[in-house]
Design a protein around this ligand. Structure first.
Ligand SMILES: Cc1cc2nc3c(=O)[nH]c(=O)nc-3n(C[C@H](O)[C@H](O)[C@H](O)COP(=O)(O)O)c2cc1C
Length: 368
């Protein structure tokens, strides 16, 4: 498959595509990961301190697969070395009841150009009993402190959490304010609307997880604001599902120009959808969405008008006299399409400018 540039980064690491392999204890090692079509693969989860290693060994006795090494550091170092020889970016998913081993492996990940993932997700009773995994999300001040400490190593940091344990938006805001780069959220029973809530309430990169089994399920997450989708169980049998999703994502990126383009605001899209809204002249969802984002109507108009400097400023025959006010390319409109044709302005170029406009709205919103 030809390489295309999605312009994705986590920290200073460039990620080749928006598909992520999510960790599966005892399964996702480097041999598994390098045969999957993900741009980023989280190896592990690794158990780093004595308490989690003992708990993992208990789980193994019960028949669960685990990476329960007495000394996990050389194993992880070796695995990252293997991943470094491939184009897939490595992530290290790790649990511990104490901070020190997390700092050590975060530092190692940083040295090896990998992403570190703090596991605040596991819910096996053996892990919960010692305060590891998802227990961390029930103590937000501790979670915030650990994130701040791990970020001192400068490693690009993802935090893996499960929805529905505590208030999801409060959790996401805590992770954002503490300085993590990514929230990797197992959506469990929550729908894609939760992705939209996190997109609108934080500046985090979002990896949406759970039951991504085909392009339809992936696209739902992308169109609500996910930067990445991750796959675990559907990747066990082989690479076919990831390959199929990636082919569709690539097709969308090549034909529409924005693989995770939002829905319109009036179709319950996230804030990025402001890029497609028209003049604020009607009593429509735009009014309360602006209020929620802390953007005044005047600033909304100024931001739109600042894009009149670009090709979006063309289109005198469109509803409001310029394409800054026009809608998503996939919504049929003869006036916009006529203007695009007259100007030899491609759909992809049009949507890439809408993406820049959306990024400007995100940068101007009030996150307090
Ligand atoms: C066998 C197995 C082991 C798992 N181990 C881990 C783990 O160590 N760390 C972690 O963060 N998530 C772990 N998970 C959760 C997955 O990463 C993922 O969040 C979950 O399976 C939902 O995604 P899916 O619907 O794509 O499978 C594991 C899941 C499975 C099935």
């Amino acid at each position: 498959m030809p390489q295309i540039d999605y312009n994705l980064t986590i920290g200073d690491i460039k990620i080749p595509n928006p598909l992520v392999l999510a960790s599966m204890a005892g399964l996702t090692n480097s041999s598994f990961a390098i045969t999957r079509s993900a741009g980023l693969a989280f190896l592990g989860g690794y158990n780093l301190d004595e308490a989690t290693i003992i708990a993992a060994k208990e789980l193994v006795k019960k028949g669960r697969s685990e990476f329960a090494y007495d000394d996990p550091t050389p194993v992880i170092k070796n695995e990252l070395g293997v991943m470094n020889a491939t184009e897939i970016i490595a992530g290290v998913n790790a649990r511990s009841t104490t901070l020190e081993p997390l700092l050590e492996i975060a530092e190692l990940a940083h040295q090896k150009g990998a992403i570190f993932e703090l596991n605040a997700h596991c819910r096996q009773p053996e892990m919960e009993a010692i305060g590891a995994g998802q227990c961390l999300t029930r103590d937000l001040p501790k979670l915030a402190t650990w994130i701040q400490e791990i970020k001192q190593t400068d490693v690009p940091l993802s935090v893996k959490v499960r929805s529905g344990v505590v208030s999801d938006v409060e959790l996401a805001r805590t992770i954002d304010k503490a300085g993590a780069d990514v929230i990797h959220i197992d959506m469990m029973d929550s729908g894609p609307t939760l992705v939209k809530k996190i997109r609108d309430a934080t500046a985090l990169k979002i990896i949406a997880n759970n039951s991504i089994v085909d392009y339809t399920s992936a696209h739902k997450m992308f169109s609500m604001g996910a930067d990445y989708v991750s796959v675990a169980r559907a990747a066990i049998a082989g690479d076919t599902i990831l390959q199929e999703i990636l082919a569709e994502v690539q097709f969308y990126q090549e034909t529409v120009g924005w693989y995770n383009a939002p829905k319109h605001i009036c179709a319950s899209g996230d804030l990025r959808g402001l890029a497609y809204c028209c003049m604020p002249v009607k009593d429509c969802p735009l009014q309360y969405v602006l209020k929620r984002a802390g953007i005044t109507k005047e600033d909304y108009v100024l931001i739109k008008e600042s894009f009149k400097e670009t090709k979006l400023g063309e289109g005198p025959h469109t509803c409001f006299g310029s394409m800054v006010w026009c809608c998503k390319i996939t919504r049929p409109c003869p006036w916009r399409d006529g203007s695009l044709q007259d100007l030899d302005f491609s759909d992809v170029e049009y949507m890439q400018l809408k993406k820049q406009l959306a990024d400007t709205f995100l940068a101007c919103r009030n996150l307090e």
